[in-house]
Design a protein around this ligand. Sequence first.
Ligand SMILES: Nc1nc2c(c(=O)[nH]1)N[C@H]1C(S)=C(S)[C@@H](COP(=O)(O)O)O[C@H]1N2
Ligand SMILES: [Mo]
Length: 325
Amino acid sequence: MLIKSKTDIPASEITPQSIYQERRRFMQSVVNTAFATAVGLAAPTWVAQARGIAPSTDTTKKPFFDLKKSPFSTDETLTPLAKIISYANFYEFGTDKSDPMTHAHSLVTRPWTIEVVGEVEKPGILDIENILRDFAMEERIYRMRCIEGWSMVIPWIGFSLSELIKRFQPTSKAKFVQFFTLSDPQQMPGLKYKILNWPYTEALRMDEAQHPLTLLSVGLYGEQLPNENGAPLRLVVPWKYGFKSIKSIVKINLTEQQPQSIWTAYAPSLYGFYANVNPQVPHPRWSQKKERRIGEFFKRDTLMFNGYAEQVASLYSGMDLKKYY
Ligand SMILES: Nc1nc2c(c(=O)[nH]1)N[C@H]1C(S)=C(S)[C@@H](COP(=O)(O)O)O[C@H]1N2
Ligand SMILES: [Mo]
């Protein structure tokens, strides 16, 4: 076994990605928990390095080990961690892409609970620590496309939303799943600006929510979610525009009627309930035909359902996707 010692490599050469890639290869080839722990201790510094600040000693940012690799993963080039953190939409912290990096440190992610209510036999509250302990986490590398025309490839960590929904036993009336982000002006400076009708909410149809691709994410790049990307728990729906993938969830409500989301309430003609990635349905402001993969120069064609048509197209058979945009 040949492992180059960390001390042989100048710090400037240790990028989050190179460590991560090296570690992935390593984890794939050996099962050695003691050594994995030693390697893992370096992990919490990656996010801090990417932000250009001192490493956090926060023990809630523990890395993940021995993750199952999801077969749903793409093998496209990963977007660098520094880009994922610094080019983010999280309006609770401001509307610029870099605002979350400047302000999201004030988000307090422990203790954190998620309340599940509505059309369920067993409404209740889950603690994030229990979620991390009880659900089998896996790595899923997904494409993500924003309606603004940029895209990324992100190595998420999480588990299918369907696993969580199951626990609360939906009633036969449950047709939609609605999500709420934390709304605390003390922690979220962007809430001062009433540009949107806070709290941030989103919703999925029940079959979309239960689709195996639909992920509840608790981490990326091998460690727990950076605040900028929606710590400690956020939704990831890879065949829909980014705005559906709601961050920092505190409440889930199962409903019989189709709920509004923050964006459909803001401008129903611009933001539809479905928001499936669809190059054929233009947005008045941004064409949806092409996209810029962050880090690339030339634009690429946007794929139907963001390239996940094989898995999800059947959810919409018989629907006019120009009408149900
Ligand atoms: N609570 C909340 N969730 C949110 C947003 C937001 O402003 N607030 N922005 C959405 C948009 S428009 C996008 S493109 C994605 C971006 O996720 P990322 O920054 O992790 O890439 O988050 C979505 N989830
Ligand atoms: Mo977005």
